[in-house]
Design a protein around this ligand. Structure first.
Ligand code: PEP
Ligand code: MG
Length: 880
């Protein structure tokens, strides 16, 4: 078996499309080298080695060692240096590289191959002792922390102390002799914390680092990240070993990260950060403040690369356009300049905000770089959510605390917390929280996920916090340097102002501003690009998209986002208004028929106006109104005052009311007296709803002068008889109303398919249904026998332990619940080929589930208003 693939040494054995075997980084390095880009030579140990390693009790395949030796020799020949040569040593970097970039794993060890002898050789061969010792201390620091597990801050502490004691501010001002002294301290730290010596043999160093990469694939942080992003553990990671080039050899050297377009806005401008006389991690670590690439982007006092290193900058511009044309996507490029010569260390499709993804996709399609279909596929449907998020109300009063970098857009307010743990704990209780850190690391990712926003005091636009927050769609302000965080005191200070844990702040990720307290927000305005993409998506999708809405506000939002009707109006939500709940309670509790009828009659005008306003807003688009579904006891009074109120209205004693309420309580309400069961046993309620609905439709039809087509939906049907009887009662009432009104109306009557029996009996049920709407919430609940309301306490365990791939209430369980949907579709259409089929559970807004609904041939999905654009795009992606 071939376990090792070379690149850049005159032999390029990989290609970009070998990402599964070589990981993203390895595949792209090979591709770039093969295309003549300046890539330092190296080799990739395949992801198959990682899999074999774990399958064989953490042992490498036998042939690996020889293949690594041979590939290393090729680097040596290509560079004209030898690994471990005490005179002029070859140094290498060792980096992980999975198929998709994965924070949480061991990332990088640089300058590997240095020891007390080779460092002297490097000093002589480079003619720069400061550079050699700086490289050595970096190596010990990185290797010590990521391979040997010594907490990073021990090294930082020694360095900080040294700088203070010697009045040095900038790392670059530390001399060779001073680094040499620091290295001695570093060695001490290693022995104190590990009980072992730092490995001096470069071969041992190399295998130590390779082992650490493979070992980190299974560490808890990597596992968490994989779970969060649904990455299978079986993929494994590759390891890239590459000849070092040095950005820390002096002022004609530099290192940086750049994007071919702006990853925040998507603008077609060259964007990035770099540092003179620095090495890789310095840019992202935020120890020194990175400088901009282009003059046009520089502010006074900054030193853009364009003027500082004009030759390398020119070369980088050429690489920028080459890579973008080659990969046909925005690239995130890592580079190093060694003595004015540019080297490319990595390229990958750049992470971007949803706004940038949208703009880049539209721009690239217009530039002819990609097709319209590709543009549709380029924007992750779920990410559109981010564009619909609120921004600060420009009119709102605000007190600015400070300002940082606008690292990830949107506006968020919340209580300040300082640890990821606290963040998660408070968020779990429903609190809005802002995670404030000096800087973030992969350990903080779970906290960032739970937070509304993230604020850091160190680091730039490519810092960990910025990149991760953008990817997650969290608001982020990074590098707010005027903030001093005191973790021990649980507070932050700006000048004399203190904000304690638990106090509120507001972040504006679009400007970088941080405000005290909670600043009100407003809804976003949708850009032209957004509308363009939606237009392209609408032209190719097959599935219709409706919204679940019952309030006028939701209905308006739904239309604004392009909903083609209402797929589910849950009428029970209309029963809770302060002006109606009293009548609802009287209706339930009264035992005299006449009193009951009076309460129901009192509800009628409210319902009629509810329905009329939905019809007006939807202006002729279909509106599906579901008759009352939940068990009646959900509406009962709880507080003493509420009981007294009902008692008074009914002329009963509070005790009587309490007794009646207790009698209505059910052991399993979700499987109890609800849905059409209610409609059958208390037909007056459904009759009132149907009457209100038809009267409203007739009224609005006259008002608007266009046809209104109400769709009446019967919930929780299990048998044909239930639907037949409920339908007949509804039709009788409709006939009465239309006779009274002296008019006619087109309407349809359908049912929810949300019980397994209904799916199985769909051919029977279809005899009485004009349409089906799959209620995948209840269908998931009943197919799994899993309570929607109680699953929260144990379902996460299932997902964490691989017992379920995902929460089935979020993304449809294709094999089980999905099979029922498929069956329902087939059997329903068997009886009625023209049966209209929709879905209105939460899954209607989930892109993966939408792909499934497209596949089984539903006519439309219905989802919450804010998900409508997501569903339109996901439906288009499913159709392509
Ligand atoms: C469903 O069960 O999927 C549904 C849409 O109805 P509800 O969530 O109101 O039970
Ligand atoms: Mg339901």
């Amino acid at each position: 078996t071939k376990w090792v693939y070379s690149f850049g040494s005159g032999l390029n054995e990989g290609r970009a499309d070998m990402r599964n075997l070589l990981g993203g980084k390895g595949a792209n390095l090979a591709e770039m080298a093969a295309n003549g880009l300046p890539v330092p030579p190296g080799f990739t140990i395949t992801t198959e080695v990682c899999s074999a390693f774990y399958e064989n009790g953490r042992k490498y395949p036998d042939a690996l060692k020889a293949q690594v030796d041979a590939a290393l020799q090729r680097i040596e020949q290509s560079m004209g240096l030898r690994f471990g040569d005490p005179e002029a040593p070859l140094l290498v970097s060792v980096r992980s590289g999975a198929r998709v970039s994965m924070p949480g794993m061991m990332d990088t060890v640089l300058n590997l191959g240095l020891n007390d002898q080779t460092v002297e050789g490097l000093a002589r061969s480079s003619g720069d002792a400061r550079f050699a010792w700086d490289s050595y201390r970096r190596f010990i620091q990185m290797y010590g922390s990521v391979v040997m597990g010594v907490p990073h801050h021990h090294f930082e502490d020694v360095l900080e102390q040294f700088k203070r004691a010697n009045s040095v501010e900038d790392d670059t001002a530390i001399t060779a002799g001073q680094w040499r002294a620091i290295v001695v301290d570093y060695h001490h730290i290693i022995t104190t914390h590990t009980g072992a010596e730092f490995p001096t043999n470069p071969q041992d160093q190399l295998w130590g680092a390779i082992g650490a990469v493979f070992g980190s694939w299974m560490n808890p942080r990597a596992n968490t990240y994989r779970k969060l992003h649904e990455i299978p553990a079986s993929w494994g990671t590759a390891v890239n070993v590459q000849s070092m080039v040095f950005g820390n050899m002096g002022d004609d050297c530099a290192t940086g990260v750049c994007f071919t377009r702006d990853p925040s806005t998507g603008e077609n401008i060259f964007y990035g950060e770099y540092l003179i006389n620095a090495q890789g991690e310095d840019v992202v670590a935020g120890i020194r403040t990175p400088q901009p690439m282009a003059c046009a982007r520089a502010e006074a006092g900054q030193h853009p690369m364009e003027t500082a290193l004009p030759q390398a900058y020119g070369e980088l511009l050429r690489v920028r356009s080459l890579l973008e044309t080659h990969y046909k996507d925005m690239q995130d490029i890592e580079f190093t300049v060694q003595r004015n010569v540019l080297y490319i260390l990595q390229t990958r499709n750049g992470k971007r905000t949803a706004a940038a993804a949208l703009k880049i996709a539209i721009d690239m399609a217009r530039e002819g770089l990609i097709t319209q279909e590709e543009a549709i596929q380029r924007v992750p449907a779920a990410s559109l959510d981010q564009l619909l998020h609120p921004t600060l109300d420009p009119k709102a009063e605000r007190v600015q605390l400070t300002r940082g970098l606008p690292a990830s857009p949107g506006a968020a307010a919340g209580a300040v917390v300082f640890t990821a743990e606290e963040c998660e704990a408070r968020a779990a209780k429903g609190e809005d929280v802002i995670l404030v850190r000096i800087e973030t690391s992969p350990e903080d990712v779970h906290g960032m996920h739970a937070a509304r926003g993230v604020l850091t005091t160190r680091g730039g636009m490519t810092s960990h916090a910025a990149v991760v927050a953008r990817g997650m769609g969290r608001v982020c302000v990074a590098g707010a340097g005027s903030i001093h965080v005191d973790y021990a005191a649980g507070s932050l200070n700006v000048g004399s102002h203190t904000v304690k844990e638990g106090e509120w702040i507001t972040l504006d990720g679009g400007t970088g501003a941080v405000y005290l307290g909670r600043v009100p927000t407003i809804e976003p305005v949708l850009s032209d690009d957004f509308n363009t993409l939606m237009g392209w998506a609408d032209a190719v999708r097959r599935l219709g998209v409706r919204a679940n809405a019952e309030t006028p506000e939701d209905a308006r939002t739904a239309r604004r986002f392009g909903a083609e009707g209402i797929g589910l109006a849950r009428t029970e939500h209309m029963f809770f208004g302060p002006d109606r709940i009293g009548f609802v309670r009287q209706m339930i509790i009264a035992d005299e028929e006449s009193v009951r009828q009076k309460a129901i009659a009192a509800l009628l005008p409210f319902q009629r106006e509810d329905f009329a306003s939905l019809f007006r807003i939807m202006a002729g688009l279909p509106v599906t109104v579901r008759l009352l579904d939940p068990p009646l006891h959900e509406f009962l009074p709880h507080a003493e005052a509420e009981m007294a109120e009902v008692a008074q209205a009914l002329g009963k004693s509070v005790d009587d009311v309490r007794t009646r309420c207790a009698a209505l309580a059910e052991t399993n309400p979700m499987l109890g007296h609800r849905g059409c069961r209610l409609g059958l046993t208390s037909p007056e309620i459904y009759a009132m709803q149907v009457r209100a609905l038809i009267q409203a439709a007739v009224m609005v039809e006259k008002e608007l002068g266009k046809p209104i087509h109400p769709e009446i939906m019967i919930p929780l049907v299990a048998t044909k008889a239930e639907l037949a009887t409920t339908r007949r009662a509804a039709e009788d009432e409709i006939a009465r109303v239309l006779k009274e009104e002296g008019t006619n109306l087109n309407y349809s009557i359908g049912t929810m398919i949300e019980l397994p029996r209904a799916a199985l009996q769909a051919d029977q049920i279809a005899e009485y249904a004009d349409f089906f709407s799959f209620g995948t919430n209840d269908l998931t609940q009943t197919a799994f026998g899993l309570s929607r309301d109680d699953a929260g306490s144990f379902l996460p365990y299932y997902v964490d332990h691989g017992l379920l791939p995902r929460d089935p209430f979020v993304s449809i369980d294709r094999d089980g619940v999905g099979a029922l949907v498929r069956l329902g579709v087939e059997r329903g259409r068997q009886t009625a080929p023209d049966l209209k089929l929709g879905i209105c559970g939460e899954h209607g807004g989930d892109p993966d589930s939408i792909a499934f609904f497209d596949e089984v041939g539903l006519d439309y999905v219905s989802c919450s208003p804010f998900r409508v654009p997501v569903a339109r795009l996901a439906a288009a992606q499913a159709a392509l």
